[in-house]
Design a protein around this ligand. Structure first.
Ligand SMILES: [Zn+2]
Ligand SMILES: [Zn+2]
Length: 244
């Protein structure tokens, strides 16, 4: 899709539009040019994902952190996941330090305070079958795009994030504007997107150059979304409720 009112708006103008500070002529451009409007939506989605990351959706539940501190997390993979997370996440680290102080005050023994690090696994676990199940994150109204009632649907699996912006279509139907966010961006270009309801294909499309895709319209409700890249495993969003 090309800008219908060249020159296309600049990255700075896109940032300004997201922050609500765009000049009148930029706003008018976005209103009249589908290509630049899509760029703004995409940039907004990326920003939303970053915000969600800052909102710690990757963090272990507070209760689980507490159990970790007390040495009660015995499954090695989980213990390791939490330990690695703590190396990266300042907020959880602070929380654990607080918990430690609290536990010391509560006269919990020192041995329990510092769980033994588990021996690193020789073979990191990988599903042997051809699918990865994505974790669907709760929809956050606070992250809604301007004008949308609900925030985007986000799902995450093995470092790949899928953002789905559900948009209303005629007669109670919806369309999905999707964005795949991954380090290996290119490997998702051309991936097959299949949307099923109770096993029956509702819509298919492919992921475009900018790792985004458009799917629908189809009736709102519960669906399964599968994204299959040319190389690698199919990413499955098992059960998502799409309503606009
Ligand atoms: Zn334009
Ligand atoms: Zn954390």
């Amino acid at each position: 899709m090309e800008c219908s009112l060249p020159p296309p708006i600049t990255e700075e103008q896109i940032s300004a539009a997201i922050d609500g500070f765009a000049d009148a002529d930029v706003q008018q451009h976005i209103a009249q040019c589908a290509s630049c409007a899509a760029r703004v939506t995409q940039a907004q989605m990326l920003e939303d994902v970053l915000k969600v990351k800052l909102n710690r959706w990757d963090c272990p539940a507070p209760q689980r952190l507490g159990e970790y501190v007390m040495g009660l997390v015995s499954a090695r993979t989980e213990e390791r996941t939490i330990r690695l997370h703590l190396e990266e996440c300042a907020r959880c680290k602070a929380e654990v330090e607080d918990l430690n102080v609290f536990l010391v005050a509560d006269k919990v023994s020192v041995s329990q305070k510092h769980p033994q690090p588990a021996v690193a696994r020789k073979h990191p676990e990988r599903p042997s079958f051809g699918q990865i199940l994505a974790r669907i994150l709760p929809r956050t109204p606070a992250l809604a795009l301007r004008g949308a009632a609900l925030g985007p649907i986000m799902a995450e699996a093995e470092g790949t994030t899928v953002v789905l912006d559900v948009q209303p279509a005629a007669e109670g139907q919806v369309t999905i504007l999707g964005q795949v966010i991954a380090d290996d961006y290119d490997s998702w270009t051309g991936a097959l997107v299949e949307l099923r309801r109770e096993g029956v294909i509702q819509a298919t499309t492919t992921v475009g150059d900018t790792s985004s895709f458009n799917c629908g319209p189809f009736p709102a409700g519960s669906i399964q979304l599968a994204i299959t890249p040319a190389v690698g495993q199919t990413l499955v969003l098992p059960n998502i409720d799409v309503t606009a």
